[in-house]
Unconditional design. Structure first.
Length: 100
């Protein structure tokens, strides 16, 4: 379901080891949808979270605020994997668009 305002974050777990995982990221705003594969953990190098190229039905890349929220959710998933030994299979969030 496309959000009427703000943005939606959907992250689905793909191949994973104890040290790293790959997630399929789907970010949506009211006007566009964006998809990318994301590496988390050791496979992402020093960054801990590395997004691949974005595919979109709109123009450009997702808004920075929505990507930042997705990155924070993935870093939390990394901490979960390190402390509990498992990766969350699915992460879904809705975030309001920031008021500047």
């Amino acid at each position: 379901m496309t959000p009427k305002n703000g943005g939606k974050i959907e992250l689905k777990l793909g191949p994973a080891t104890h040290e790293s995982a790959e997630y399929e990221a789907h970010l949506q705003t009211a006007s566009a949808s964006f998809r990318s594969l994301v590496r988390v953990g050791a496979g992402a190098g020093n960054k801990q979270v590395e997004f691949g190229a974005w595919a979109t039905d709109g123009d450009g890349e997702p808004p920075d605020w929505l990507t930042a929220d997705a990155r924070a959710a993935l870093k939390a998933a990394l901490r979960t994997s390190q402390s509990e030994g498992r990766w969350p299979r699915r992460i879904t969030r809705w975030r309001p668009e920031p008021a500047d």
